[in-house]
Design a protein around this ligand. Structure first.
Ligand code: XBP
Length: 253
């Protein structure tokens, strides 16, 4: 059976956005007169917790428990996170974020060939829109028929909730969809919903456990910049296209 829909994760999969997220968190902390500063090592550790609000909450519990006694803690975190979202979208608009190799090529091919497109992420709709505005544009975002974001994922990845919601909206069984992810949490979330997952490892997910994924690649590859196989398939370096996905998908079914 041919896959009917391709579901993309956002952060780390479409582009290496986590460094901008980290910058935005740190700017929001400074603006709120907090002494917190997340360096790369700390952020790598904190990425185990998906979702910005959940990440801040986890950090308070582990590293600054005196803040946990604040009145209306959840509301305070939500305000801090809202400020971070404003800073993040501003950084995206002002800077030059590049899509990862093969992302634009594959999205365009999938759309042209009539396969359905969807998004399953734990970040917010505002951040998705800002990323597309800074890269592929609004028209390409409209090709994504279903967008599951933080607003739907009340339980964040690795929970399968966001993928289950996307499947329901697409009105497709998991066996007719494929997901592209970059993290352990993403693999757990998609495969927990019964969806076959391809991993393109990202800067922050290097070394994570991707068991359950169909394959782990360095990226989606371009004709002049082939992907490297990291696990799962016995391929020579190349590029992921629709034919590649259909062949892997068939071997899963
Ligand atoms: C990655 C995340 C996100 C971002 C921060 O999500 O965990 O939480 O790091 O985004 P995904 P917010 O891989 O599912 O795209 O601050 O907007 O939560």
């Amino acid at each position: 059976m041919k896959p009917q829909a391709l579901i993309f994760d956002i952060d780390g999969t479409l582009a290496e956005t986590e460094e901008l997220h980290r910058k935005a968190f740190n700017l929001a902390f400074t603006n709120a007169d907090l002494k917190w500063s997340w360096n790369r090592e700390k952020y790598r550790e904190l990425l185990a917790v998906a979702g910005g609000k959940e990440r801040i909450h986890h950090f308070i519990t582990e590293d600054d428990p005196t803040q946990a006694g604040r009145e209306n803690l959840a509301e305070w975190i939500a305000g801090l996170h809202k400020a971070k979202t404003g800073l993040y979208t501003g950084l995206l608009a002002a800077g030059r974020i590049e899509l990862r190799p093969g992302v634009e090529r594959l999205i365009r091919e999938v759309h042209e060939q009539g396969m359905r497109l969807a998004i399953a992420t734990t970040t917010s709709m505002a951040n998705i829109t800002a990323l597309f505005d800074a890269t592929l544009g609004h028209e390409v975002l409209s090709w994504f028929e279903v967008i599951g974001a933080a607003e739907q994922a009340t339980r964040k990845k690795p929970d399968p909730l966001v993928y289950l919601w996307v499947l329901e909206q697409l009105d497709l069984p998991a066996t007719e969809c494929l997901a592209i992810e970059d993290t352990h949490n993403g693999v757990q979330s998609a495969s927990g919903a019964g969806i076959a997952v391809l991993v393109t490892q990202s800067y922050y997910s290097e070394g994570e456990d991707f068991s359950g994924a169909v394959a782990v690649l360095s990226d989606l590859g371009e004709p002049h910049q082939p992907y490297q196989v990291l696990a799962g398939v016995d391929d020579t370096p190349g590029q992921v296209d629709l034919q590649w996905l259909q062949a892997r998908f068939a071997s899963q079914g």
